[in-house]
Design a protein around this ligand. Sequence first.
Ligand code: CAA
Length: 393
Amino acid sequence: MPVGIDDISFYTANFSLDLQELAANNGSDAAKYTVGIGQERMSVPGADEDVVTMAANACVPLLEGMAQRGEGTNAINTILFATETGIDQSKAAGVYLHSLLKLNPRCRVVELKQACYSATAALQLATAWVARKPQEKVLVVASDIARYDRQTPGEATQGCGAVAMIVSANPRLVALDPETGIHTEDVMDFWRPNYRSTALVDGKYSTKVYLRCVRSAWQDFQQQSQLQFGNFDYFCYHLPFSRMAQKAHNHLANGNAHELSAQALEDQISSSLIYNRITGNSYTAAMYIGLISLLDNTALDLAGKRVGFFSYGSGSVGEFFTGTLVDGYQSMLHSEGHQSMLASRKPLNYAEYQTMYGFEVPVDGGDHAFAEQTNGKFRLAGISQHKRLYEAR
Ligand code: CAA
């Protein structure tokens, strides 16, 4: 019985900053961003959006689809919420999500963390659960806001986004294979202590560790699976910035794909990079936004095509796994909704970006209502006595 991703959708913040605007104001050459790291824009969250509202907004098309098909949501009895932008040290963000989506109370909810990797842990746990209980479905959510100190090399790679996936038996989108390659190594390439709102990163070292991890996870994958590099049609990599995927793909191909031209290698990843270029890094969600980008932006029928995924979380854990596109997967896509959401983001000038970057959630325990900056179905209405107040529109 195949198990995998039955439906997938993503959401990003309502505002964006063009990296040309960033470069014009911080003295960088814009080509360093557009060519050197391969990014054009970053999504910037408003004060009334956070990982919960982005996650809930990412879930809307999935739940609407289920309602239209008369499926109902009672089969969803587990929510796995992956994030490294936690809003509470105790309560799982997924419990707020469960409430906003009005899901069945007979549902287990938990939050997972291991930098950008934890959505993949969630996906693998979900497939194992569904394999055991095929009548049940798992909602896997990845939602993050990538934030670095101002005027640091990481600033241009900021961004945000959320992905929601329904994991089920007999999936209508991607059937996942059980064999995976895994590599864990204790390194300090990127981390965020509890007392900081911005990540600390040893940037160039982090790119080296990422590449080392691709190779190690692939080597383990080859011990677990008969599949060779030539058996794959497309690849999706974790996307801190799009050039990283190009480097990783060339690194993996080196020694594995002598017969493929540089163009052929580029064709295996280029569609997966399109959305990331204009949203920026979204940590746990990034690779899965890459998958959606591949599906939304490839005119060819991908049914039967095999995709290789490399998920990387600093610190570090990496996993290489695979999936095959299912016949008729096109009926499950939400391409128009994704594209109109991206097109409707409000561009910020540098001053507006500085103001939005400077916003900090009040921590005084008072009653604070947040202005309506955003237009998603769900928003963070305010904070009162240290409690987050969400609302649906
Ligand atoms: N025109 C064209 N290219 C240019 C250029 C110009 N004018 N100026 C510079 N470049 C090129 C450089 O040659 C370089 O290319 P190569 O990597 O191919 O050599 C590229 O642009 C970047 O230039 P620098 O190395 O000088 O850039 P930097 O010092 O400013 O830092 C970075 C780059 C380390 C990635 C930094 O953006 C960073 O710290 N980012 C955050 C950390 C990160 O994303 N790490 C990725 C791996 S960790 C991970 O994946 C987890 C995660 O999500 C964070």
